[in-house]
Design a protein around this ligand. Structure first.
Ligand code: ASP
Length: 330
């Protein structure tokens, strides 16, 4: 009898798993509407997002770790010129490229990050190397590049990151700075990539990579390499990657705040994500969004901009790619 009661109790109190494993990713948030994206561009984005998603999912499906799935998916997005990360990184004011990236493991809250690197081809691999092969969490500038080189990572000339499209964005941004003293185009900072994953063992991980902000100066560093702001993972709560106006994401500690609400306030992931992005960040003036997955396989894709490039795939069969605010899943 006791055994039957115990079994009934365990069944009733067992967590309702949304999915045993899966991942969610973004390719930046901003003024992304059907009007300013051609059919061909839209198709190219959807294809690349699905490719990265499926490659990350394959890692999870074949028993790989969340941290490996995050790394794999981000590598694909970094190598695509479509996104403001790796190959498609934006230009600094001085017409160079300075890249930021971070990664975090939810199992042990180990983390690695690089800020302002100029010659490592894939900044996410440098962040991963900082986590796995150094006693530090964040390295910056020339030191971070030297570390990446010593770690045997592929290096490139800074002009490897040059693209015509981003160069035009810089010219536009500089013209706007000259005439109005400010950057009038709201998209001078968008296009970051990030992934959050849950593996079969129940481990969470997240990572983010970016070129930062067009026309950034003075060694500006955004939220993407800042653990707790742009990236966070803790097996007790959730894994988050953020994208948006970095200064606000740092000040509002966005990625970690979402997970803290789950841990301390017992909020659902969807409530926590919505509260932080819509009720805290937006009224403060912060635009952008997050993708997140919790330890039970629930996901959130929350943003307060017109669109956010995003994709997800879960072991319960749910999957999709979306770009705009209105329902446009495919
Ligand atoms: N958060 C990045 C930064 O401020 C930019 C972005 O996500 O679009 O550097």
């Amino acid at each position: 009898m006791k055994k039957v009661l115990l079994l009934a109790f365990l069944t009733l109190s067992a967590p309702a798993w949304a999915a045993k494993f899966g991942l969610v990713l973004h390719g930046g948030a901003g003024t992304i509407s059907k009007a300013n994206l051609s059919k061909e561009q839209e198709a190219a984005f959807r294809e690349k997002l699905a490719e990265a998603r499926d490659a990350g999912y394959h890692v999870l499906e074949t028993g790989g770790s969340a941290i490996d799935a995050v790394t794999k998916a981000i590598l694909i997005l970094e190598d695509s010129p479509l996104f403001n990360a790796g190959k498609g990184a934006v230009y600094t004011f001085d017409a160079e490229h300075e890249l930021d990236a971070s990664i975090m493991s939810g199992k042990d809250r180990n983390a690695g990050a690089v800020a302002g690197v100029k010659s490592v081809k894939n900044p996410i691999l440098a962040a991963r190397a900082v986590m796995d092969r150094s006693p530090h969490v964040m390295l910056s500038g020339a030191g971070a590049d030297a570390f990446a080189k010593d770690a045997g990572l592929e290096t490139v000339d800074n002009n490897y990151f040059n693209t015509d499209f981003r160069r035009k964005q810089l010219d536009k941004a500089k013209a706007s700075l000259e005439t109005s003293g400010t950057l009038t185009d709201p998209d001078y900072k968008f296009g970051t990539v990030g992934v959050a994953a849950l593996d079969k063992k129940g481990n969470l991980a997240a990572g983010t990579s970016t070129g930062g902000m067009t026309a950034k100066r003075w060694g500006r560093v955004g939220d993407s390499p800042v653990i707790g702001a742009g990236t966070w993972a803790d097996n007790k709560s959730c894994a988050v990657s953020a994208t948006g106006h970095g200064e606000y994401f740092i000040r509002y500690h966005v990625a970690a705040d979402v997970c803290s609400r789950i841990l301390y306030r017992k909020q659902d992931l969807s409530v926590a994500a919505k509260t932080v992005i819509q009720d805290v960040l937006l009224p403060a003036g912060g635009t952008g969004g997050i993708v997140a997955i919790d330890h039970m396989g629930n996901i959130a894709l929350e943003f307060n901009t017109e669109g956010m490039y995003r994709a997800w795939r879960l072991s319960n069969g749910k999957q999709g790619v979306a770009i705009f605010k209105d329902k446009d899943e495919q």
